[in-house]
Ligand binder design. Sequence first.
Ligand code: PAF
Length: 292
Amino acid sequence: MEVAKTIESVRALVKAARSKGKKIGLVPTMGALHIGHISLIEAAVKKCDFVVVSIFVNPTQFGPGEDFEKYPRPLDADLEICRKAGVDVVFVPTVKEMYRSENLTWVNVEKLTESLCGQSRPIHFRGVTTVCAKLFNIVAPDIAFFGQKDAQQAIVIKRMAADLNMPLEVVICPTVREPNGLAVSSRNKYLTEEQKKDATLIYKSLQKCREMIDAGTTDSETIIAEMRKILSQAPSIAIEYVNIVDAGALQAIDPHACLPTGRRGGKVLAAVAVRIGPACLIDNILVDASKK
Ligand code: PAF
């Protein structure tokens, strides 16, 4: 496994692999790798012949007062995980390498970035799409892999790639959960054992949503109220949002007639964001409301 620190070196390694006819996979990460990332790497190893993992804590997607400085950076452990998982190259640029001069060019996906996390993190998705566009230009992968846990991010990146005719496929891999349902996340590291227990209410609230839709509830306001009730069982949880949106457009659905036979029908995304102690945690499920 090679560790590339510069844009030129990762490009040279990918060029050599491509010249041998290899299919290139990219797994963009911010490090602090866990079993969720490993599942993305495994998917990349399965589908591609040459796998690049980028580890870069991207400053432009963090707002003021967010956890950019505190974000965990256990590089040696991350490299070991990559080595064991069969990664070919880990790209570990510095901030100076990725943003060589004042950044005047941004990639911004409209509409899809306005709801859910976009409401409280106004510059977040612009930073994500800009750094992903840069990584796609640097590595030129055939396929890039992202996790469903960050559902809005995944939809936004897919849309960016489609709108800008980027010559790659964006593959979204399923959310990996602890046995108690908690979605694995680098930010779970911020939680105490007690807070981790409280955090299991997030998935419980999402399961409640699925149960209610399965049982024929068509009123999303009623479902959201029940989800909020579950989350309120832990005083450590401060709700940022609980929402059920159209899974394609990420827009609010008709609150009284959307499930299952309303105007949009089809798949809905139930999404939750909460603060627990120092961590902001997000999770979601997709529910096919039209089949119920
Ligand atoms: O999901 C992440 O870890 C980051 O948002 C990403 C996609 C690596 C961009 O910095």
